[in-house]
Write a protein that binds this ligand. Structure first.
Ligand code: DGT
Ligand code: CA
Ligand code: ZN
Length: 572
């Protein structure tokens, strides 16, 4: 797939042009980059199928960008990008990856203080050289320092949502080898951690060297770090490490259990084994005498240790071993709809009707269209007039669907004073109101809590979305008093969203667990901006499972008929 690399190049061109104060072009490049990222078909395949004309059908791509895409497909390079790169000092592009320091600030810092690397920026902040510059203060320094810390930590861990499809692709390639009996990924990926350090793969075979050989030759592999007879480590082109271990069939369950972890879960499990007179390793469960007891499946191992089977998402040593009853975790197949979707009316890539058809194909009974409200001008937010027009269109579309309903909603901005971006008369007309914060990240915990509490005290609000506003590896969330939030959510019967975007996953697992413990109702929303993002539901469900959520905790497991019981404005 060439799309991610091409999108990255376009994003970087946009950043450099912005640094050079070029007007308009940066937005055009970003728009195209977003559209390319969202494509489900590879640009190369599109080009082979329909030439430049087909490329020009991609949103934001005209003849100029079309030619650049062809250049990239044919040469692997974009000349304009290489030229631009030479015009900026080395190191600066890395600086731009640190969130909160956009192209404008980077240029400013370079011109004023000669800062052109992450290291130099860190030194300058520590020596407080920034706070006397106009537009920078002590608070800005603090924020930059926080972003730097996140950036450094994020250098090593990758988003689950980006790594999972890659791991699945590799596993399915290995599965096709005739020498492979079983194969799956393990580690933090199987536990569906929001970020992962590497891809751990486990296979069984009686011809391990053949499997290892094939693994090191996969098209995804960039270079081979080590290659033994039963294990190998490679670096993938995507910039992440992948390990493969090949074991015997009789050890598959034990190895799967061991390499799925987490380490803390394993340590507890091994202690239990010892107490029962066993020894547990990646090869199997053994008697003290060394006699093999079992190892073929994980189920058998947990059973022998007198434990129920523990789902991978729960294996974090957060009480899953001690608890008397394990939760019956929500599953992807329980999901009957999606309450957070953007369309071409605001900053989405696709039309309402196309999204609705795709959702119906997924087996959903409903979706809510929740485009941005007017304050979000950068996202082409809707004012009342356009929202009413959209509602009329939804009404018309609904007459064309059977056993499926498009709910008219909005993602309404919560303004600085806690008021909502639409008057109540407007909100009343909607089926569902999703409220969220998109500004004021530097507010104090008290200010932000007050702002959110005021917003959700409005009985017309149904869902509070992406509750902390964090972007993984990029931006910490704003601070919020969760105890007060949960209390208010319960009293006001407002749901809290688990946003499924790979870099949001907001609420995170820990907060989901406390929400579940506090008996808060949750919804899992994809915040879809293009059709293929409906698939992010899997990531949201995984986080819900990591937070011990059951079907009853998640309200988009309700059927369309059941919705009015919980959502005051929906009528069916
Ligand atoms: P990561 O890679 O940081 O995202 O997280 P994991 O959990 O995938 O960690 P990784 O790749 O270092 O190791 C994979 C699994 O192997 C880990 O979850 C548990 C097991 N493991 C690794 N080292 C140890 C250890 O020292 N003791 C035990 N009991 N298990 C270990
Ligand atoms: Ca790992
Ligand atoms: Zn939002």
């Amino acid at each position: 797939m060439k799309n991610p690399e091409l999108a990255r190049i376009f994003y970087e061109i946009a950043d450099i042009l912005e640094m050079q104060n070029v007007q308009w072009k940066p937005q055009a490049y970003r728009k195209a980059a977003r559209a390319i990222e969202a494509l489900s078909e590879d640009v190369e395949a599109i080009y082979r199928r329909g030439g430049i004309k087909a490329l020009e059908d991609i949103r934001g791509v005209g003849e100029g960008l079309g030619k650049k895409i062809i250049e990239f497909i044919e040469t692997g390079k974009v000349n304009a990008y290489e030229k631009l790169q030479k015009q900026i000092p080395k190191g600066i592009d890395e600086l731009m990856q640190v969130m909160g320091i956009g192209p404008k600030k980077v240029t400013f810092l370079y011109k004023k203080l000669g800062i052109k690397s992450v290291k130099a920026l860190e030194n300058a902040v520590k020596k407080h050289r920034l706070k006397n510059l106009s537009g920078f203060g002590e608070k800005t320094e603090e924020n930059i320092l926080k972003s730097l810390q996140l950036y450094k930590a994020g250098g090593e861990r990758q988003l689950l949502g980006l790594t999972l499809p890659l791991a699945e692709e590799i596993v399915s390639r290995l599965k096709r080898l005739k020498e492979v009996n079983n194969v799956n990924y393990a580690g933090s990926l199987r536990r569906m951690n929001e970020t992962v350090r590497d891809i751990d793969i486990l296979a069984t075979s009686s011809r391990p060297e053949k499997v290892i050989d094939a693994f090191t030759r996969l098209p995804e592999v960039q270079r081979v770090i080590s290659k033994g007879t039963t294990r190998s480590t490679v670096i993938l082109k995507a910039g992440i490490q992948a390990d493969l271990r090949v074991v015997d069939d009789k050890s598959y369950g034990a190895a799967m259990q061991y390499f799925t972890g987490s380490k803390d879960h394993n340590i507890k499990l091994r202690q239990i084994a010892i107490k029962k007179g066993y020894k547990l390793s990646e090869y199997g469960l053994f008697k003290r005498t060394g006699q093999f007891v079992t190892g073929k499946t994980e189920e058998e191992i947990y059973k022998k240790l007198n434990l129920p089977y523990i789902e991978p998402e729960l294996r974090e040593n957060r009480g899953e071993i001690e608890t008397k009853v394990l939760p019956k975790l929500v599953q992807l197949k329980d999901i009957k709809g999606d309450f957070h979707i953007h369309t071409t009316w605001s900053d989405g890539e696709d039309e309402i009707e196309e999204i609705a058809k795709a959702a119906q194909k997924l087996g959903y009974e409903y979706i809510a269209i929740t485009d941005h409200s007017k304050s979000m001008a950068i996202a082409n937010g809707l004012d009342e007039k356009r929202l009413l027009k959209q509602m009329a269109e939804i009404k018309k579309l609904n007459s064309r669907f059977r056993n499926f309903r498009i709910l008219a909603g909005a993602e309404v901005d919560i303004k600085a004073d806690g008021s909502l971006d639409f008057p109540n008369e407007m909100l009343k007309k909607l089926d569902i109101v999703v409220a969220s914060v998109h500004s004021g990240f530097k507010s104090t915990k008290e200010e932000m809590t007050k702002r959110v509490l005021k917003a959700i005290s409005n009985p017309l609000v149904d869902i509070f979305a992406h509750p902390t506003g964090r972007l993984i590896n990029k931006r910490p969330g704003y601070e919020l008093d969760f105890k007060q939030l949960f209390k208010a959510a319960r009293e006001n019967k407002v749901c809290i969203e688990i946003n499924s975007q790979p870099e949001r996953l907001d609420l995170n697992d820990i907060n989901i667990k406390s929400a579940v413990d506090s008996k808060i109702k949750l919804t899992i929303g994809t915040d879809t901006h293009s059709i293929n993002q409906l698939g992010f539901m899997e990531l949201g469900v995984a986080q819900a499972r990591r937070g011990w959520a059951e079907k009853k905790d998640i309200l988009n497991t309700l059927s369309l008929k059941e919705l009015p019981k919980h959502f005051r404005k929906i009528k069916v």
